[in-house]
Write a protein of this length. Sequence first.
Length: 597
Amino acid sequence: MAQWIAIQGVSTQHTRELSARALQAFATIHRLEPSDAISSAGICAYMFPSHLAPPLKFERNPESGKWGGVAGPLFFGNLAGRKALCELVRADLQRDSGRLDGSFSIVHGDCDGELTVVTDRIGTIHVCSTNVGATAVITTSSLVLAALTDAGWDLLSCREFLATGSVFGQRTLFRGIEKIPPASIYKFQGGSLQSKSTYWKLSDFHYEQSRGVDVTERLANSLENTLKTISSNFAHPVLDLTGGLDSRATVAAAMKTGCRFSTVVGGAEGDADVGIAGLIARIYGLSHQRFEPSSDVRLEEAQAALALTDGEYDVFEYARISQIHSSLARRYDASVNGSNGEICKGYWWELLLPRTGSRSWFPDRRVASRRFAFAPDPDLLSVRFDQDLITHFTELIREANEPMVGQPNTAKMDNIYLRLRMQRWQGRIASATNRIWPAISPFMFREPMEVALTARPSKRLRNRLSRRLIEYFDVRLASLPLDNFFPALPLRLTTAPQFIRSLGHRSVRRDPSLAGSQAGTGCPKVNSEVREMISSPGLASSGLFRPGALALLAEYSTKGRITGTVLGRVATIELLAKEIRKFRLLLPDMHRSTLPS
């Protein structure tokens, strides 16, 4: 839901020059013209529309001189969109931060020239900042910042991206351009950061707060209330429905509210997701459809996906997700998905055994090797690193867990999952999708997330809380099979016969090309255009790679898929470099002298 950029400096002339180039960058890279503008008290700020949703503008409070804009589906109390923004500019962001919900990045200003940026609790909607001399530039597009400042590559981030498909921590692919952390309130004055604070801490929510109280009913009520809030602001949402637990819990909560909705599944005929979703839809009489994205992604489609992902996600993979959302956005007004439902499951906790509750030891190296550096280092870059990839991620995990000292291992693992994986991998997909239209994740709302985090470990392990949640909503729905053909019910003596009967079924293949903001794992084929592009002598990103490395990669990549592979990530970086070079060639010579070298 829209993008924005804010430029604040001590020099009015420099601020205006940078603003003019920023508008040119958005027009060239994103094909977007501003839908609204603010120019006052040393600040120039612009809103840009989503691709397939009604444009939002800045909301202004004439009495106080405050104004605000947002990217992402912001909820403030029970309000969303423009109504939420209207309330926001009348509120005290520091005092009323508990009323913020959903996924968002907020830009807020006042008549004194103070600029405030607020991120959501997980940092889902990405917003980045940098300085050009004495001028601060903050925006939802790291690609625009890179083009605007001619920033060089951040080699460590490039290494992470090539190896895993994501960038971690608060770095971006470019030096000097950083992502603002989750749950943050950053205040800028006179072109520099004056203060930063955190309004929500995961360390405040762990199982000791539950005092043994069963959380199933509380979680169900919170999820139901969240779906009511969503349905009161979006008249006709479409919900992901797959063969998994998280989307089923979301659909169950929606049915409980009685709100109007449709469902969608992504995949081919014969996929387990498609079969299970169709079965549920038939039994419950849901308005349901299947969407099968193309198995081949053309180079021009990948290029179009670059403007949505900023090159921080495999554009060949995201192009398929974009196909689904671009089609759905013409029929519905929001997408609702089960992302972050993993927080109910004790995700990755199996790596903690047998010391799940330990407070003094955490298996950071095991987590690094099993969940981050599980693939070999591609070793394509022109520089050599002192640390191997596992050691690098081990240190990254230790750094991320510094605020969790003294907390149980289960809370530390939740922190790693939310701060590293969800903020960057899922957040990049959600940020891209929300540039098309609103994509909403109920499990990311404050109350469901906090309730799930305070559940006792024994309730979350092995998907127990997710299963109990679905059973609480609807026993019949829980009795229906998942994509592995076992029922969604909790396993106990009374349900064991249903699990035993399921052993006779063979699982069919699964292609989770989800309609929500989660990633699909489809298999577009490697085509000659891509191989020729990365092996050509005129590469825009040539200085980043070892001589001859990409030609060798292209030679060995003549068959198979491109998404989720090193080849797709290399091609993404090359398309990114070409986009920046194209903008630089359009930049008037008269302005070059004010840019950093």
